[in-house]
Design a protein around this ligand. Structure first.
Ligand code: SAM
Ligand code: MD0
Ligand code: SF4
Length: 354
């Protein structure tokens, strides 16, 4: 299949079928890759100009009841020292990230039973507390929740709900998210949207999936209407059943980012600092990403997910450092007014779709 013909179709906003999307995911010739990435950049710049959104990451509890095979924080991994931040600490972290200039704070946790107790009381209090303190976007990444929680999460002040399917291949899902229900996880984003919350979906790359699996996942995420979609390359973790898997380079992830951009020009697509650290930023921006996630302030005893400590205490995942990097790329951080306009516009669209 001719890559430049597929790109022409995508740029003209014609729908691509699964075979065509798979061909983009499987491209390997240098000239084809150049065409894909440069088209993705162009489409991104037409839509968003030079502005990039930046998200602060507050992984406030690393306790988890689940046993995802790929995750360092799985319940049975006894190798790590876990932590749980107090509401006061979370408020202080969010405020300092806001002062440093982020557009959104991503409140993330493992499926911590303490946060889930009494109808998710502590989690809701934390979201409400941050809402009252900082006038920027709030994303909550708490794992899978019952349907009735979503209106409460909306009321507490969440703009976004993030929950990644990881794969739309049911067999692979069963090997990754051990003892978890595929359909329950799939419904998370449906229930969040019903409640008027924006959603993020994501896939893992480098865990035995095919180019077709990645194409299918991209099309499904788009069809669900998720306003933010992502791919992250798997990083092997000590103390887990997948520790010996040889890590893939980031090329497949970059092709997913570019393909997502070409198919869904107006979505937010993150460049995560949690895979390769700061050295992985430029390639992801050059593939069509328009959000930087996993910005973590140094010396606060906060962890990343896939990379627990890479570039955190050396300050390379701080707001100031990321701003400098963007400057070098001829780009800049969006204002909170610009980010707020994106939120309002897209919230009105989900309401309208009800
Ligand atoms: N516990 C919640 C959940 O699972 O939905 C929220 C946080 S979870 C740690 C966030 C995401 O990080 C996962 O959905 C997965 O996509 C990604 N992740 C976890 N471990 C990873 C790894 N070893 N390599 C790459 N990504 C990973
Ligand atoms: C990130 N490691 O921002 C984080 C995480 C959860 N919503 C996000 C996967 O890349
Ligand atoms: Fe827990 Fe999330 Fe890790 Fe799964 S990915 S073990 S749910 S923290």
């Amino acid at each position: 299949m001719d890559i430049s013909q597929i790109i022409d179709k995508a740029v003209k906003r014609e729908n691509l079928n699964l075979d065509e999307v798979t061909a983009l995911m499987a491209a390997s010739k240098k000239e084809d890759l150049d065409i894909i990435f440069s088209a993705a950049r162009k489409v991104r710049d037409v839509q968003f100009g030079k502005k990039v959104f930046i998200y602060g990451f507050v992984y406030f509890s690393t306790y988890c009841r689940n046993n995802c095979a790929f995750c360092y924080y799985r319940a049975t991994n006894t190798e790590l020292g876990r932590y749980r931040k107090t509401p006061e600490e979370i408020m202080a972290l969010s405020t300092s990230l806001y002062d440093a200039g982020i557009n959104l704070v991503d409140l993330t946790m493992g499926e911590d039973p303490k946060m889930y107790a009494n109808g998710h009381k502590e989690l809701l209090n934390i979201v409400q507390g941050v809402r009252d303190e900082v006038p920027i976007g709030i994303m909550v990444s708490p794992g899978a929740m019952p349907r009735e929680m979503f209106p409460k999460m909306k009321e507490a002040g969440a703009d976004w709900f993030a929950c990644y399917q990881e794969t739309y291949n049911r067999d692979l899902f069963a090997k990754l998210r051990l003892d978890q229900d595929y359909d329950y996880r799939l419904n998370q984003r449906v229930w969040a949207r019903e409640a008027g919350i924006l959603t993020e979906d994501g896939m893992l790359v480098g865990l035995g999936e095919t180019a077709r699996d990645r194409a299918e996942a991209t099309l499904r995420m788009g069809a669900l209407g998720c306003e933010q979609i992502r791919a992250m390359t798997f990083v092997p973790q000590h103390g887990t059943p997948m520790q010996a898997i040889v890590p893939a380079d980031s090329m497949d992830e970059l092709k997913v980012i570019a393909t997502m951009r070409l198919l869904f020009p107006d979505r937010l697509i993150p460049a995560s600092l949690d895979v390769e650290g700061i050295v992985g930023l430029k390639t992801r921006i050059d593939a069509g990403a328009n959000v930087i996630t996993s910005i973590i302030p140094p010396h606060m005893e906060l962890a990343g997910v896939a990379q627990h400590d890479l570039n955190i205490d050396d300050g390379c995942r701080s707001v100031d450092y990321v701003k400098e990097m963007l400057d070098d790329m001829g780009r800049h951080v969006a204002t909170n007014a610009e980010y707020g306009a994106f939120l309002s516009e897209h919230k009105a669209l989900i309401k309208g779709a009800e």
